[in-house]
Design a protein around this ligand. Structure first.
Ligand SMILES: NC(=O)c1ccc[n+]([C@@H]2O[C@H](COP(=O)([O-])OP(=O)(O)OC[C@H]3O[C@@H](n4cnc5c(N)ncnc54)[C@H](OP(=O)(O)O)[C@@H]3O)[C@@H](O)[C@H]2O)c1
Length: 217
């Protein structure tokens, strides 16, 4: 069975999740703690390769008290196996699955597989086939997954109908910028009647940030 996916993101009031320079420090302290509590609860965290390249994230539980076994499996969607060997996403803190397509060069796959914690999953011919990936993660016992962006992967996951919940942290900032990343980029829908529909669940404040939680219909 495919995992249940929660899309979690921090954005400005104008929906930006990063500026054109890649700067993405948006969440306040309270929200960072909320995200790490969520990481502790889920079986896996997933990001796109551009997020790895921009932020070099660890994607571990380290802002709250935790044990090594609290770390979820890290999943990188990376068609061409570009994940750099010296990036923190493949450090020894947690297992990492790198999802590639058949376009990934064999030598890159071998290099990544030679590191201690990395498992390669091949799904799709050009880009990663996300339905295939979710099936494969389900077979590995992953029941819950937190999607932590970026914009392109968020769009594809919504487009494929693979997201069931959305949690947003809206920080009191406005960034602007045509080339800034928004919560969801990609092709987008042509008409609002075709927009992905959400059902409001709850909202609350954490310091100056507003947290809003939805179900995807
Ligand atoms: N504020 C926040 O909460 C937050 C959270 C996360 C990220 N961010 C920001 O978001 C920015 C990155 O976002 P992004 O949109 O550029 O990239 P992204 O979503 O992180 O990664 C997109 C890349 O994933 C790969 N991919 C493979 N298969 C895919 C598929 N089926 N669908 C979609 N992508 C697929 C593609 O590269 P290949 O073709 O090479 O595989 C694609 O270009 C960064 O600046 C980061 O800081 C902010």
């Amino acid at each position: 069975m495919k995992p249940k996916v929660l899309l979690n993101s921090a954005m400005t009031v104008d929906g930006k999740i990063a500026t054109k320079t890649g700067s993405s420090e948006i969440s306040g302290h309270g929200d960072l703690l909320r995200v790490h509590r969520l990481r502790k609860e889920v079986d896996a965290i997933m990001v796109g390769i551009n997020t790895v390249m921009a932020d070099d994230p660890r994607l571990t539980v380290h802002k709250i008290s935790s044990k090594p076994e609290d770390n979820p499996v890290r999943v990188v969607v990376d068609s061409k196996a570009r994940t750099p060997l010296n990036f923190r996403i493949i450090n020894s803190e947690a297992p990492t699955i790198i999802a590639v397509s058949t376009e990934a060069p064999l030598e890159r796959i071998k290099l990544l597989e030679s590191t201690e914690n990395v498992e390669i999953v091949v799904c799709g011919d050009k880009q990663v086939d996300l339905n295939c990936l979710m099936e494969r993660l389900g077979e590995k016992g992953i029941k819950t997954l937190m999607l932590e962006g970026g914009s392109t992967l968020n769009y594809s996951m919504l487009h494929e109908g693979l997201v069931s919940e959305v949690n947003l942290c809206i920080a009191p900032m406005i960034a602007g910028g045509t080339h800034s990343k928004t919560l969801v980029d990609g092709d987008g829908v042509d008409y609002m009647k075709d927009a992905f529909r959400l059902k409001f669940k709850k909202s609350y404040t954490l310091g100056e940030d507003l947290i809003v939680c939805y179900d995807v219909l």
